[in-house]
Design a binder for this molecule. Sequence first.
Ligand code: TA6
Length: 310
Amino acid sequence: MPLNIVHDADGFPRVKLTESGGSSAEVLLYGAQVVSWKNERKEELLFMSRKVIWKPPKAIRGGITVCFPQFGNFGALEQHGFARNRLWSLDSCPSPLPPANNQSTVDLILKSTEEDLKMWPHRFELRLRVSIGAGKLTLIPRVRNTDNKAFTFTFALHNYLSVSDISFICSEVRVEGLETLDYFDSLMQRKRFTEQADAITFEGEVDRVYLSTPTKIAIIDHEKKRTFVLRKEGLPDAVVWNPWDKKAKALPDFGDEDYKTMLCVDSAAIENPVVLKPLEEWKGQQELSNVSSSYCSGQLDPLKVLYGFS
Ligand code: TA6
């Protein structure tokens, strides 16, 4: 069945994906931003700011943002690059991936324009496939060099996850899988540290780039009795961000209390920028799955979540 582009009240054209189990997702053509992912019980799993500004060229504060060709301010371009502030198109020829044309997958494409080339003089095709399945959301980003010289870029899928009150004194929102790793601390002029904690818990602002992470990270939320499992390929780094109260107040498109119910854990390629020669293509992949703790007792045991039961 062909994909349906709908225009909701905010005026942003979007594709609504559904699957037979009842879960759904919504993907804007603007920024190829996933702005909603609901499980089969219709619970929203992604965070969206209460003060989101639905007006280009402002990036949308929530969901999953594509950061390209630059993550954050790791370069001379605008923060997180320009791809999140461009209108993408449906990609009718996502080769070599098989064509999507069903209700649970959409392929989007962004090509460099003459305007973009003034800022970043490299011709490219950026593709994103978004698919939903029972309990999981998969994103496959690809970048093709269509220029006649090599270029480098950094990249991230900036995932705003919806969590229970992270500021609560007994909050048990925690991230497993990053222990013992090195990270750049963006709150300390990007100095390099080694994670000492057994799990990352939150008592204040955090803004870190964890380097060369395992392919599986768990974001465990005891209060909501659910765990996000983030599996990734081609995206070796992971960003963990929560602005906490002071920075939240300073962000015009972020509610004062919004920091309590969100946590960004991003899949990224930052430390070692990707180098692409002419005609080469880079491919990444991230799969987010959501496991209910009532689904199987012991699922919240971090070792079992990360390494399975065997
Ligand atoms: O993910 C980390 C980060 O780079 C933070 O430093 C923070 O600024 C966040 O992204 C959000 O960036 P944005 O440009 O969307 O306000």
